[in-house]
Design a protein around this ligand. Structure first.
Ligand code: UDP
Ligand code: MG
Length: 348
């Protein structure tokens, strides 16, 4: 069994050596073979130099270095693209997530789980604000989105090869990996753990970045913001229509109580509401166009059977064939191979 450990790195020079030592110890004891893939996300400190040194001494170390900072989610994606293991672990470089949890993840994986995500029991060294924002973020996104994203869970997780390939098929940008992992499905299990404090350096996620990530996550997995506009417009239209009806009836039966100003205000609200409804309808179409432009696969197959001597009706178009990650799905010899995920051989 080969284990890949993917580590996005942005200015983490003080953490890389202890991280490497701890992952090496765990991997050597629990995997037949392993690779550690460092993705240097345009670090401006000595991170890349440290990674190169690690590579010199340890053939299990591989790295990809970006031309500039592309952001955590993209760095993670590059790591997944390059990972060749049967099981792939995503871990931050700052040692907040203890590598010693990996053996428990491997156990769960060997017992049949496809994703083992580490769920935080405790998060020392993080401000009250960060905890509150994380608490609100996970609850909000689950309320609004159409996939179940586990609460109090970061990127620290183990994924089966098939899950990684399915996630890598999703090339949308902006992207929210945790959401994509939930989206692809398969058997996902939580593993409770205690998060440590950052070993060295400081967090790269300030308030602005956190808000942007949250907005991207919500927009990527939910049309709720667009629907909310539609509902708001509908509610305003309906209420102003009802109130104007009351005003008209009152003016008819009790002309002394006629209130032209109130009626004008209602008319304004009505028009505003109609405008919002129109905007919401256009928004929904835009939302669907956005969904199409994400180019996610329509579905992800876990297993299939009975196709050994039959050709699926749509198999003439490899793009329409189910995933090549499907176990037991035999592609007939005369049909072209389904498009594979491009995994470039990592270069030194
Ligand atoms: N990171 C990255 N690119 C960025 C920001 C962060 O690759 O633009 C990496 C960072 O080096 C770390 C991980 O993503 O390994 C998580 O970042 P951080 O610890 O700052 O986030 P926090 O744990 O505070 O949410
Ligand atoms: Mg961190």
């Amino acid at each position: 069994m080969k284990l890949s450990v993917v580590i996005p790195v942005y200015n983490e020079e003080g953490n890389l050596r202890p991280l490497h030592a701890r992952i090496s110890a765990v991997a050597a004891a629990h995997a037949d073979d392993h690779e550690m893939i460092f993705v240097d996300d345009g670090s401006t400190d000595g991170s890349l130099a440290v990674i190169r040194e690690l590579r010199r001494d340890d053939p299990h170390v591989r790295f990809v270095s970006f031309s500039r900072n592309f952001g955590h989610e993209i760095a993670t994606t590059a790591g997944l693209d390059h990972a060749g293991g049967d099981a792939v672990v995503l871990i931050d470089a700052d040692l907040q997530d203890p590598p010693e949890v990996i053996p428990q993840m491997l156990e769960r994986w060997q017992a049949g789980a496809h994703v083992v995500y580490a769920q935080r029991r405790r998060r020392p060294g993080e401000s009250g604000f960060k905890r509150l924002s994380a608490f609100l973020f996970y609850r909000t996104i689950n309320l609004l989105s159409n996939v179940d994203i586990p609460v109090d869970t970061g990127d620290f997780r183990l994924m089966d090869r098939r899950v990684v390939e399915a996630v890598c098929k999703c090339r949308e940008n902006p992207r929210f990996i945790r959401g994509l992992v939930s989206w692809v499905g398969f058997r996902q299990e939580a593993l409770r753990y205690d998060r440590d404090e950052r070993h060295a350096g400081e967090t790269k996620y300030g308030l602005a970045k956190l808000l942007r990530l949250s907005a991207e996550a919500i927009c990527g997995f939910s049309l709720f913001p667009l629907r909310a506009v539609l509902w708001l417009g509908g509610a305003i239209t309906l209420i102003s229509l009802l109130v104007s009806l009351v005003l008209v009836v009152r003016a008819l039966f009790a002309p002394a109580l006629a209130d032209a100003q109130a009626f004008t205000a209602c008319a304004m609200f009505f028009l505003g509401g109609v405008g919002l409804v129109a905007l919401g309808v256009v928004g929904l179409y835009v939302g669907h166009i956005y969904g199409q432009s994400q180019h996610r696969p329509l579905y992800v197959v876990d297993t299939s059977g009975g196709w050994e001597d039959a050709r699926p009706a749509c198999s003439s178009d490899p793009a329409l064939l189910n995933f090549d990650i499907a176990r037991g799905w035999s592609v007939p010899p005369d049909s072209s191979e389904p498009t594979a995920v491009s995994t470039h051989p990592p270069a030194d």
